[in-house]
Ligand binder design. Structure first.
Ligand code: SAT
Ligand code: MN
Length: 589
């Protein structure tokens, strides 16, 4: 039995053939063709509530919001189950898991055979990017999860709008997802760049299953970008607007759960009256050199899949407003009155709650009430700071690119690369402490080049080379910076207040791009002096500034050895420019 909502006709023969192939394989009880309408959303939401997949939250406090609890073994991306399936192992490179496309397809098809018996197969047409954008891409995701449908509806332009963009073409990403029995032993997230196909089985969580996001927009996207001369990056995009109305667009790459959403929605400190930060995107940027030699960017997504813990009215007031309605919460704690709670929310710990696994919780409980990687899925249209440019198919011209990691030592607050090639080296050698966004132990420093380690769909050496090649098409390349909000003193206390105060760093970056900001040349790059920062409204002691920006030769020596671990791994495809940059850095040190 098929369900069609509204009047949208699935007339594209390639789409129909694709769906029929997997209908025959997965043997669903019915097929539901999604049109993306509000009626459909209401219908599916009621269905999800009836099945216990979603719990309605307090409609007075959180109108239109729901809670979802995932399987406790399925709470984050799993990098060890994520594969790039290319004919040659070398094409995936040493930083990706590789599998032979034919063998992996056979294994996955075996797992998918009969996997949807008695269940509904949903067909989700979706569009990544504003309609009409040169890089906009259509995907068709088949899934047996209503949760996936309802999340995709927030994260991407879903339904009729995607089919319209596709027309009769067969140029669309083919995505197949089945939760199976959610067994970690049968969990595979597989990418087939040659056929523009993604197959994900055994998980129901976030980046593993919302196939438009990490799988298409980054892993397949980066592969396509290399073929076609553009960049698919794990970056937020924001606009800094001065009181005079001067707009500067900036993209920034931080690893998962390192504050991209907070940075993208930042509110400048009160003393900066008239300054504004608006959000274009919080996670992914597609960027291409335009006809004028500038790097232009769009955000392919329409929503935020953000980390809940730590989000509050002080750290991110715009996010708190964004998630106050029409939001799906995953793995947060539930309060008796139907409100939600997480560690680091504004209110003190509640006397009683139900934890993310559905168990009674009190402040005396030893475990956290919300999972550290608990999330909200919210439409970007809820964001009070949304930039109107977020819907512009022409994108925005990028003036600065920021790389940043979570580093307790070594890395100063901010420095600027000497030039693009040096900037690529800084991005390529970026390190960060691991977080709860991926399965594994949090807190270990690992190399995460350009925050793309889990998301680059091909050999990292080729990826660095691609970055260097893009420079040749730019007459006015963005300036490149490195930031670190997370440096600690000897007692383990953060030296920098972060959040809204990061606007001071942003303003210095804008001034550098505009040829106004002063800096001194150091071994690692251009750095601001204390006097060159705009301190209005904040008394930040000189000694703290010095500690925050301390250059420790021993730490940098260790840093270089750490960097070598990655560079050696990639040596056979490492661009010589990066080897020269390393030599230059050593000679400066
Ligand atoms: O789960 S996601 O991959 O979508 C979030 C993240 O890790 O950045
Ligand atoms: Mn991310």
């Amino acid at each position: 039995m098929d369900t069609h909502f509204g009047s949208v006709a699935f007339t594209n023969a390639h789409v129909v053939r694709f769906v029929e192939k997997y209908r025959a394989m997965c043997e669903p009880g019915s097929v539901f063709w999604c049109d993306g309408s509000d009626d459909e959303k209401d219908h599916l939401t009621r269905e999800a509530v009836a099945q216990g997949i979603l719990t309605p939250l307090n409609p007075g406090k959180l109108p239109g919001c729901h809670l979802h609890r995932s399987n406790p073994s399925d709470v984050a991306r799993v990098e060890q189950c994520t594969f790039i399936c290319t004919p040659g192992r070398e094409d995936a490179g040493p930083t990706n898991n590789w599998a032979d496309p034919r063998e992996m397809t056979a294994k996955l098809h075996e797992l998918l055979a009969g996997s949807m018996r008695g269940r509904t197969m949903y067909v989700i047409p979706y569009l990544m990017g504003p309609p009409g954008a040169p890089l906009a891409k259509v995907g068709i995701e088949i899934t047996d999860s209503i949760y996936v449908v309802l999340n995709m509806r927030i994260m991407a332009r879903m339904g009729a709008i995607a089919l319209k963009q596709l027309g009769d073409s067969d140029d669309f990403n083919r995505g197949i997802h089945s939760v199976l029995d959610c067994n970690p032993d049968r969990r595979f997230i597989c990418h087939f760049p040659q056929t523009n196909t993604i197959i994900s089985v055994g998980s129901g969580y976030g980046g593993n299953v919302l196939l438009g996001k990490k799988c298409l927009a980054l892993r397949i996207g980066s592969w396509l970008g290399r073929q076609q001369g553009w960049l698919a990056e794990h970056m937020l995009i924001l606009c800094v607007e001065s009181p005079e109305g001067e707009k500067t667009y900036i993209a920034a790459a931080f690893p998962s759960a390192c504050g991209k959403t907070n940075f993208a929605m930042m509110i400048p400190p009160a003393a900066f009256a008239g300054w504004k930060v608006t959000t274009i995107g919080d996670d992914i940027a597609w960027m291409w050199p335009d006809a004028d030699g500038r790097l232009r960017a769009i955000n392919p997504e329409t929503g935020y899949f953000g980390v809940a813990p730590g989000t509050n009215l002080a750290t991110n007031p715009n996010a708190m407003r964004t998630i106050a309605r029409d939001t799906i919460y995953t793995n947060v704690a539930l309060l008796p009155d139907g409100d939600v709670w997480w560690e680091g929310k504004d209110s003190p710990p509640p006397a009683q709650a139900t934890d993310w696994m559905g168990r009674p919780w009190t402040p005396a409980s030893r475990e956290k009430a919300a999972h550290p990687n608990s999330r909200f899925t919210a439409p970007m249209s809820n964001n009070p700071a949304l930039a109107s440019e977020a819907e512009d198919p022409a994108g925005v011209p990028i003036s600065a690119i920021i790389f940043g990691g979570r580093r307790a030592t070594t890395m100063p607050l901010v420095f600027q690369a000497f030039n693009w090639t040096h900037g690529v080296y800084i991005g390529a050698t970026m390190g960060s402490e691991t977080t709860a966004a991926a399965a594994g132990t949090p807190g270990q420093v690992r190399r995460d080049p350009m925050a793309m380690l889990p998301f680059c769909g091909y050999h990292m050496g080729d990826y660095f080379n691609h970055w260097l090649q893009v420079r040749r098409k730019l007459t006015d390349p963005p300036r490149i910076f490195h930031v670190n909000w997370f440096r600690k003193d000897d007692a383990g206390v953060y030296l920098w207040p972060g959040f809204g105060e990061n606007f001071r760093v942003l303003k210095w970056i804008v001034d550098r791009c505009r040829g106004r900001g002063k800096a001194r040349e150091t071994q690692v790059g251009w750095m601001p002096r204390h006097a060159e920062f705009d301190w209005r409204g904040l008394d930040f002691p000189r000694e703290k500034w010095d500690a925050l920006n301390k250059f420790d030769p021993a730490e940098w020596q260790r840093e270089l050895l750490w960097q070598d671990e990655l560079l050696l791994k990639l040596h056979d495809r490492l661009p010589k420019e990066l080897i020269f940059q390393r030599e230059l850095l050593i000679s400066r040190l």
